[in-house]
Design a protein around this ligand. Sequence first.
Ligand SMILES: [Fe+2]
Length: 223
Amino acid sequence: MSFSRLAIRPIVAASGSRRLATSAVVVKHKLPDLPYDYAALEPSISAKIMELHHSKHHQTYVNSLNEAEEKYAAALHAGDVTAQIALQPALKFHGGGHLNHSLFWENLAPKSSGGGTPPGGALAKAIDATWGDYGAFKKVVNASLAGIQGSGWSWLVKDKETGQLQVITLPNQDPVTGKYVPLLGIDAWEHAYYLQYQNRKAEYFGAIWDVINWKAAEGRFKV
Ligand SMILES: [Fe+2]
């Protein structure tokens, strides 16, 4: 998925003169459909949480990202560097929220569609080589999730330079960028579990493994 949907294209002035102007065309982001029903991930994640998380929380990130990009396009067109810089936190937060949740939905699957089936192929070998076995890897991820203070995500990433796997945590909605490719992300925000698990977030971190779609992660690992 491309974060930057801002296209600058030249247009010929309507007056018919040969002078060229630039016009910023912002392509709006849309909430992606889920490839499963809201109730399909029960009992790991309740239908109510899925509905709110997708149709309300993610939709808000999409709306706010579109709004920020419109403002950014106007600032760019006006040559207003101060306004462009002032919009960076909003672009990072809402853009990250959109990217992260889009990945998250792909990384989940009902048990009937393979959710929870352990990883296979080259990714499974890389996990075993890095952490010993799948069980040890899950403990590392769960420890990283438990260590997140406030809101954030835990990620299994591939280092593009070395090809090595790593588990990292990022705060807020910071997206995975730079030398890392995100393979699997787990949302540790309270909105992801509180309605069902309340303060028992360790139960959520345990139950989510039953609906992880490793096929999606394997596909990203190959790229
Ligand atoms: Fe979330």
